[in-house]
Design a binder for this molecule. Structure first.
Ligand SMILES: Nc1ncnc2c1ncn2[C@@H]1O[C@H](COP(=O)(O)OP(=O)(O)OP(=O)(O)O)[C@@H](O)[C@H]1O
Length: 236
């Protein structure tokens, strides 16, 4: 990816939710968002609760379909339009370009933690033994006790699950990282490790978009703040 071209170029992005069970009340969650995100920068989204921070992340990752505007993603030397993209294309972007840490681990039943973390490396053709060794090293760095490596994370604590989630995303070295409160359920020591991982990814050239309520993490990481204006009114 070229450093002088945006990894993400968002223009006039709109997302409205219609609450059918509440008489069709409409919520304008995003009203014309313009944002460029470049390689090797960490942009932190700011705005009051309900301003649309998580909605913007989910539109970029393709969890929510935007209602209008454009999200162009630098992918494999080209620029791909995500708004209106086919599911296969969204899948391809997620596999190689877009990494997303949500606040919660979507636990895959019965799959041990170490295999969840090794999976993105296997998908890139790395041999199983090497992938597991690298997964173990990252889990150790994130202070997951080795006795937990071969257990499925369903019974792990919230903070342990969050760190497995972070390892699963950071092991793959995605060029674009979307981080929704990656340090939310962590103690100070682990928060410090995650801040270091994010800094390293940025120095390696990743373009990072983050929601960080923790002031110390924000201070350490933000190279730029992007303000999302609060929603003005609901439209009946
Ligand atoms: N799936 C959904 N269905 C209906 N409304 C939604 C949905 N997701 C978000 N919203 C609404 O869109 C608005 C923006 O929500 P969003 O979660 O993006 O805000 P946020 O800025 O991330 O808030 P917070 O800081 O509290 O997490 C809110 O009014 C919310 O109620």
């Amino acid at each position: 990816m070229r450093a002088d071209e945006p990894a993400l170029r968002i223009r006039s992005l709109r997302k409205t939710f219609t609450l059918h069970l509440r008489g069709g009340v409409r919520i304008d969650a995003l009203r014309g968002v313009d944002l460029d995100l470049f390689p090797a920068e960490s942009v932190v989204l700011r705005g009051p609760s309900g301003a649309g921070k998580s909605t913007l992340m989910r539109c970029i990752y393709g969890n929510y379909a935007a209602d209008g505007g454009s999200i162009r993603v630098a992918h494999d030397g080209t620029s791909v339009e995500l708004v209106g993209a086919a599911p296969r294309q969204v899948h391809d972007l997620r596999r190689r370009t877009l990494g997303y840490v949500s606040q919660f681990l979507r636990v895959i039943p019965r799959v041990p933690a170490i295999d969840i973390v090794a999976e993105p490396l296997l998908a890139r053709g790395i041999a199983a033994a090497d992938a597991r060794r690298r997964a173990a090293a990252l889990l150790e760095r994130l202070n997951i006790p080795s006795r937990l490596f071969d257990l499925p994370p369903a019974t792990f604590s919230g903070g342990e699950q969050q760190r497995v989630n972070i390892a699963h995303v950071f092991i793959a070295r995605y060029p674009i990282l979307l981080l929704d409160e990656p340090t939310a359920s962590l103690d100070d020591a682990n928060r410090g490790v995650v801040v270091e991982l994010i800094q390293e990814a940025r120095r390696d050239g990743a373009a990072i978009l983050a929601i960080l309520h923790d002031a110390a993490a924000r201070e350490a990481l933000a190279t730029r703040i992007f303000d999302l204006a609060p929603r003005l009114a609901e439209v009946a």
